[in-house]
Ligand binder design. Structure first.
Ligand code: GLC
Length: 514
């Protein structure tokens, strides 16, 4: 840590007179997950890279807080033990720490109050009282720790609803350090809210309860997410198109009305990717590194993954990959029957896809777990279509890198997509995306039929199996023309998906605290 900016050693009474903001102080990120310590999806990737790039560009110290999870991998040292009060009760907490590059990571362990076994408490479920408490306690604990450390905070950046519990307590920090704290709430996925029931207020400290009741009065409901939206100085959606979809209320989420109160505060900033980590030229997970100058080496990676997964070793057949959390958001219900009233014949659908002369790999953790129906149906499909369909029910970094490197076409038929990172990883590795043109997918992929010079992928005309099929048909036809296909690969591989441009927009927000 750069101690000159992080610690505020001055006398607090003297400082009281000058409640101003300056570039002094550090940037505190709060999130539920962070790569590489507790990644579950794109949120973890962004929290694992954005602070590094902000810190490089701004030269401000970035500190990341996540809960401590009992299944976290790594040797972490206990950096601090302390106590704090919540609703009149005294709790103990420990802070564990790790350094990664120029960023300091803190993991908050408050065992008496909560213990997280896994990264997520499901934000989809009707929100339970005690679950809401966890994240408020996390927020308050972080503020207490920052005060103990005499850390001066310039900005707080919260990532999705889990981190919103810090907002009610930012004032405590401001009073203590006698300067304003800028705040930015990043909406990675508005679908997850962390809804707070009306009666949660009975279990909370008075000020907090009042805040929640006020929101109920004003907008008819309240969630961790709406608390952050009402309180933060700036609200960032992770792509310009998603910001527009949220503001225009076309994104398929509940509770968008709250944004009407903060419309002028919502901006869209496209996520970048960690181009050092996702670089096919220098990737220890893949058998043959390659670049846009050596596209032919990509085929060795294809051969390797086909062999590894015991698929037909036919190099002329395009290899399609679909890799994500297997949820309806990502369109898993195009392949399996979600029993949502529309019954589909999964065998007939898979037959139709594979009859295009393609091989398909579906990889990811099923939303309803390994005992659930998604897993069950995909296993059955694999039994029936052994030679050219493979299902991998888990995610590892190794398999992800190898699939991007080995696949020809990457499927991302999302219902909605705040940003999406995998289409960018895929393009970096020369795997051509098929996407629904929504949110960040629209901002990063351009259909080749719309611009034959700049096009770098294929759009589905709507979210449906038929549209996916048509897009695959179009892609497979072009795949058969090697010259055209290689041009497409080249165009994808040279496109800049780094954080470079977006970081500048973040720095502007960090600098403006109004
Ligand atoms: C969430 C969104 C995804 C986004 C990621 C990182 O996982 O669903 O679209 O890319 O967060 O912001």
């Amino acid at each position: 840590m750069k101690s000159n900016t992080l610690y505020n050693n001055q006398n607090h009474t003297d400082e009281k007179k000058m409640c101003t903001t300056s570039k002094e102080g550090c940037i505190v990120h709060v999130a539920a997950e962070s790569a590489p310590f507790s990644k579950r999806g794109g949120l973890g990737d962004v929290v694992g890279s954005l602070p590094i790039y902000i810190s490089e560009e701004s030269e401000m110290t970035n500190v990341v807080f996540t809960p401590y999870y009992s299944n976290m991998q790594g040797n972490f040292s206990i950096e601090f033990s302390g106590q704090f009060d919540f609703n009149g009760i005294n709790y103990s907490y420990k802070i564990l720490g790790a350094n990664m590059g120029n960023v300091k990571y803190y993991f908050v362990d408050a065992e008496d109050t909560y213990s997280f076994d896994n990264v997520y408490i499901d934000g989809n479920k009707p929100y339970q009282t005690d679950v809401g408490l966890h994240y408020f306690i996390l927020g308050k604990c972080i503020i207490y720790f920052l005060r103990e450390l005499k850390v001066k905070v310039h900005s707080v950046i919260t990532h999705d609803w889990h981190s919103a519990g810090i907002y009610p307590y930012i004032k405590l920090l401001e009073d203590y350090q006698c300067s304003r704290v800028n705040s930015i709430h990043i909406v990675h996925n508005y679908h997850h809210q962390g809804e707070l029931f009306y009666d949660i207020s009975e279990y909370l400290e008075d000020d907090l309860a009042v805040k929640i009741l006020e929101q109920y009065e004003k907008i008819g409901w309240c969630s961790m997410n709406t608390i952050a939206i009402m309180e933060a100085n700036h609200i960032v959606a992770v792509s310009p198109s998603y910001a527009k979809e949220l503001n225009e209320k076309v994104a398929p989420h509940a509770g968008l009305e709250v944004l009407d109160f903060r419309k002028d505060r919502v901006v869209g900033i496209l996520n970048g990717i960690d181009t050092k980590l996702w670089n096919p030229e220098n990737d220890s997970y893949i058998v043959k590194p390659f670049s846009y100058k050596t596209i032919e080496y990509k085929y060795e990676n294809k051969k390797h993954i086909l062999e590894k997964l015991k698929l037909m070793p036919d190099m002329d057949m395009p290899l399609l990959a679909y890799m994500c959390r297997l949820t309806p958001q990502k369109g898993i219900d195009l392949f399996v029957d979600m029993k949502n009233g529309i019954s589909i014949d999964i065998y007939e659908r898979m037959e139709r896809l594979l009859s295009k002369g393609a091989t398909l790999v579906i990889c990811g953790v099923p939303a309803d777990g390994l005992n659930g129906s998604i897993n069950n149906q995909l296993c059955k499909l694999q039994d029936k279509f052994k030679s050219n369909f493979r299902y991998i029910s888990f995610y590892t970094e190794e398999i992800a890198h190898q699939l991007f490197a080995g696949s020809d076409i990457f499927l991302q038929p999302s219902r909605f997509e705040p940003c999406g990172l995998t289409q960018m990883y895929a393009m970096n590795y020369g795997s051509i995306p098929i996407v629904t043109p929504v949110g960040g997918l629209k901002d990063t992929v351009l259909d080749i039929s719309l611009d034959s010079e700049k096009g770098n992928g294929f759009y589905m005309s709507e979210f449906s199996f038929e549209a996916l099929e048509t897009a695959i048909d179009r892609a497979v036809n072009i795949y058969r023309n090697k010259e055209m296909w290689n041009k497409l690969i080249l165009r994808c591989m040279i496109k800049d998906f780094s954080w470079q441009k977006s970081i500048k927009s973040y720095i502007k927000l960090i600098d403006s605290c109004s």
